[in-house]
Design a protein around this ligand. Structure first.
Ligand code: SF4
Length: 78
């Protein structure tokens, strides 16, 4: 079952880089605005949302826990 990951509200990202450091498979800092973005291979309709496979669950959950502004959300997709 894949996981839905979102960075919401993305404009509250402070660009600290924790998510990229803890889960570089999924997160990157956008070269355009310096804010967190879902990497292109997992990206959905926008750079603030995407779907990742199960085996990245601990990675994205660690990133969510370590985000200082709590804007990374992870949920199971049915
Ligand atoms: S950990 Fe949170 S605040 Fe830091 S870059 Fe990632 S989304 Fe932005």
């Amino acid at each position: 079952m894949p996981l839905k990951v979102s960075i919401e509200p993305r404009e509250e990202c402070i660009g600290c880089g924790n998510c990229q450091a803890n889960c570089p498979q999924v997160f990157e800092l956008s070269p355009e605005d310096g804010l967190s973005a879902i990497r292109a291979e997992y990206r959905g309709a926008s750079q603030a949302e995407g779907e990742v496979p199960d085996d990245l669950e601990s990675c994205v959950k660690d990133a969510a826990e370590l985000c200082p502004v709590n804007i990374i959300h992870v949920e199971k997709v049915d």
